[in-house]
Design a protein. Sequence first.
Length: 432
Amino acid sequence: MDGVSAVLRSFSEQLAAETFIDDGVETVTSVDQKKVETSIKEVISVYKQIHSLPEPTLLRDQHYQYLKKGLRHLSDAYECLDASRPWLCFWILHSLELLEEPVPSAIASDVCQFLARCQSPTGGFAGGPGQYAHLAPTYAAVNALCIIGTEEAYSVIDREKLLDFLWSLKQPDGSFVMHVGGEVDVRSVYCAASVASLTNILTPKLFEDSTSWILRCQNWEGGLSGVPGLEAHGGYTFCGTAALVILGNEHMLDLKALLRWVVSRQMRFEGGFQGRCNKLVDGCYSFWQAGVLPLLHRALFKEGESELSRHQWMFEQKALQEYILLCCQNPTGGLLDKPGKSRDFYHTCYCLSGLSIAQHFGNMDHHREIVLGKEENRLAPTHPVYNICPEKVAGALEHFLKLPVPDDSRHAAGFSSSKEPAAAAAAAEPQS
Ligand SMILES: [Zn+2]
């Protein structure tokens, strides 16, 4: 037992030394941090009592049942997400593909028809039928359709109108608003670059000045904020970095400062990630933060960095897996933020996505698996730029690259119709 327990970080005596020290100054955040640590200690202690072998298990079947039900029926608790219905499709479909659970073709077809009803007559997708088009559900709908990956799914997307929609959101400084008359933040550039590159409507003019705008979001902390001048944040950092990867300009970030910021967000006691400095651990940042590490690894590799590992990402992959498996699973299915919180499809999707990142190092040519616990805990790999499985990215590109890039000269005076093959190919590369 002792020999085996040494593999689990949560069981080691030294972990106690990693708890928060408030230096005798109690604050609201220090009290909250200690509460979280106490709840995690309880989880570990209960786990020790009921498991003779320290082998954390992914509750595959329970998660599958929870997801399967969600695809057909949602409880009243989801009423507040009425404007995020394509998101629910994406969160559930992506979770199922990570679990390698196929979706019956009749259900996949129903999802295609539902998403078609969410597509706006002016291009882009809305949060629900009859609502206004918005970039966030547009990203979710395109990802969901690419996961389904059938001819029916691809043909839902009106690419010409989608390009018109993206142009209607473009701002003179290179940023995008989330919807007509809406707010600007770095999520929008990522959503726009993601859907444009997947569906082959990415024109150089559409993203003119976007790189310099995103670069202005990297602040003194090293991470990226939602708009220039604010606090660095995990979600925005992922969006800005992934958008730059799609545009082929990630080398223009201060990569070392970004690396320092993102690795410092992995909590020393909990093993999971926080979203911002001095905040609490949260399961969804398992993807938003850890997902930046594959992007950084590849960027630093391209810059000729000689000290890069060929075996692991630059974060504690097993510690993150331990946090997700021990602290973020609802015993009846679904995953969550932290112990004591309730499950939801958003956290299920991003906890599983982060678990996948932590289990798989490298790309198809140089791939290494680091799976904590049983072999059955292994998830399918996810593409760190789009967060759908790499073969689904490849399938979408194969389909859409055969189609011509729509003409957007009426939007962009003097633009050249040539696509940037280097940027598109780079974005298509799975992992690393
Ligand atoms: Zn969260």
